[in-house]
Design a binder for this molecule. Structure first.
Ligand SMILES: Cc1cc2nc3c(=O)[nH]c(=O)nc-3n(C[C@H](O)[C@H](O)[C@H](O)COP(=O)(O)OP(=O)(O)OC[C@H]3O[C@@H](n4cnc5c(N)ncnc54)[C@H](O)[C@@H]3O)c2cc1C
Length: 375
C-alpha cells in the first residue's frame, strides 16, 4: 500500500484547487478521479462565469469565498495565461414592477463585499446594449468569463510541478481510519491500495454518497443529495450583445440569462428543473420555454438559430432539518470529530469562481484543527 499525505476524492475544479492549496503547503497530494479525465462532470457543465459575488447573503461562505476567489482567480488567470475576460454584466428589470428588486440586489452586493453596482435607467442601459429593451438595469464591472478547461489544466500542471498527481479511472469505494491514517479502497481492488493522513471529499454531485463510504462518519451528519438540472440553448448566429445579460434571480437559480464564451458565441440558460437523479437530458419542449425567456432579453431573436446544447446538474443538498442548504458546507474535523477529514457538500455556483478560496478554506480548517502538519 502506498502512503501519501493527502488524498483528494474528485478531480473537478474544486478538488484540483484543494489539491493545489495543500501541495503549496508542502504536502504530498494525490487526486483520485473516477472518470477517464478531470473536470468531466459539473466543472465542464456550467456557464464559465467569474461571478462578482452579488447575490449571496453577507456573512455566508458563498459571499466570502466568491469575492476572495474572484480576485484570486483573475490574478491566477493573468499569471498563468488562462484565457478569460472581464466582460461585465447587466442585470435588468423587464418591467417597472421589477425595478425595486434591483435596489435589493445592489444593497446586498454592497454589504456582501462584492463592490458597488452602477444603476442605469432605460436610456443608459440602451447606450451599453442597444438591443436590450428594459426598464432599468444594474451594471457589474467585476463579472467575467473564463475558459474553465484551460483553468483546470493550469491547476493540474501546478499540482504536478509541486510533486502531486492526478490518477484517473480510480473510484473510491471505502475509507477506513486505521492507526491515525486513512486507508482507501478503490473499485476493482480487494485490499486498501492507498494510505493518507488527510482525506478531502470533493466528489461534487456524489459527495454525499462518497461520505457514506467513510467509516465512522455519523450518517446524521451526511446531508441528502438534491439535484437541480440547468439546461443551455446556444445561438447559432452572431448576437448584438457584448456583456452578460441576466434577469432578476428566480427561486433555485439566477434566471435564464445570456452568457458569452470567449469567442463571442451566445448561449441562454440555465433553467431550473428539480430531478431525482443525475440526468443531462434536454427535453425537446424546452425550445419554446427558452425562446420565451430569450425574447425578454432580445425580442428580435430568430427561433431557428436557437438549439439545445448541454445541461449541468446543481449539486444541492438537504440538511437534517429538511431544508435545502443555501450555502456551501465545508465539514471539518471540528464538525464531525474524525481527524484529517474534510467533506465538501453543496458546492454549486459560484464554486468555479470560489475554487481557489475554497482550497485555502479547506487548508485553513485543517490547520485550525491541528491536522495539517503531522503530530
Ligand atoms: C448549470 C450550472 C451552472 C454553473 N455556472 C457557474 C458559473 O458560471 N460560475 C461559477 O463560479 N460556478 C458555476 N457553477 C458551479 C460550478 O460549476 C461548480 O461549483 C463546480 O464545478 C464544482 O466543482 P467540483 O469539483 O466540486 O465538482 P465536479 O466538477 O462535479 O467534480 C467532482 C468529481 O468527483 C468525481 N467523483 C465522484 N465520486 C467519486 C469517487 N467515489 N471516486 C473518485 N472520484 C469521484 C467525479 O467524477 C467528478 O469529476 C455552475 C453549476 C451548474 C450546475
Amino acid at each position: 500500500m502506498s502512503d501519501i499525505d493527502v488524498a483528494v476524492i474528485g478531480g473537478g475544479v474544486v478538488g484540483l484547487a484543494c489539491a493545489v492549496a495543500l501541495a503549496r503547503r508542502g504536502l504530498q497530494v494525490m487526486v483520485l478521479e473516477r472518470a477517464e479525465r478531470t473536470g468531466s462532470e459539473t466543472s465542464s457543465r456550467n456557464s464559465e462565469v467569474i461571478h462578482a459575488g452579488i447575490y449571496y447573503p453577507p456573512g455566508s461562505l458563498k459571499a466570502r469565498l466568491c469575492v476572495d476567489g474572484r480576485d484570486r482567480l483573475y490574478a491566477y488567470c493573468a499569471e498563468r495565461s488562462v484565457p478569460h475576460r472581464r466582460v461585465g454584466k447587466l442585470i435588468f428589470a423587464a418591467s417597472e414592477a421589477e425595478t425595486a428588486e434591483l435596489d435589493v440586489i445592489a444593497a446586498r452586493a454592497d454589504s456582501a463585499g462584492a463592490g458597488s453596482l452602477d444603476r442605469l435607467d432605460a436610456a443608459q442601459a440602451r447606450r451599453i446594449e442597444p438591443e436590450l429593451g428594459v426598464a432599468a438595469a444594474l451594471f457589474s464591472p467585476r463579472t467575467g468569463i473564463i475558459d474553465s478547461h484551460a483553468y483546470m489544466l493550469a491547476l493540474e500542471g501546478e499540482l504536478n510541478d509541486l510533486g502531486g498527481a492526478v490518477v484517473c479511472h480510480t473510484r473510491l469505494t471505502r475509507a477506513e481510519r486505521v492507526d491515525g491514517r486513512w486507508q482507501l479502497w478503490i473499485a476493482g481492488e480487494d485490499e486498501p491500495v492507498l494510505g493518507a493522513r488527510l482525506l478531502v471529499n470533493a466528489a461534487g454531485l456524489h459527495a454525499t454518497q462518497t461520505a457514506a463510504l467513510i467509516d465512522g462518519l455519523p450518517p446524521a451528519l451526511v446531508p441528502g443529495p438534491v439535484y437541480a438540472r440547468g439546461c443551455y440553448f446556444s445561438y447559432g448566429r452572431p448576437v448584438p450583445f457584448t456583456h452578460l445579460i441576466y434577469p432578476v434571480p428566480v427561486k433555485g437559480g439566477l434566471g435564464t440569462h445570456l452568457t458569452l464564451d470567449l469567442a463571442g458565441r451566445a448561449r441562454f440558460g440555465p433553467n431550473v428543473e428539480w430531478i431525482d437523479d443525475v440526468d443531462y437530458t434536454i427535453a425537446p419542449h424546452l425550445h419554446a420555454e427558452f425562446l420565451e425567456a430569450a425574447r425578454k432579453i432580445w425580442p428580435a431573436i430568430e427561433p431557428d438559430a436557437l438549439h439545445a446544447d448541454y445541461a449541468g446538474v446543481r449539486p444541492k443538498v438537504r440538511t437534517a432539518d429538511g431544508a435545502i442548504a443555501t450555502d456551501f458546507i465545508v465539514q471539518a474535523p471540528d464538525d464531525h470529530g474524525l481527524a484529517g477529514l474534510v467533506n465538501l457538500f453543496g458546492i454549486e455556483s459560484p464554486g468555479l469562481t470560489a475554487s481557489l478560496a475554497l482550497g485555502d478554506e479547506v487548508a485553513a480548517r485543517l490547520e485550525r484543527c491541528g491536522d495539517l502538519q503531522p503530530a
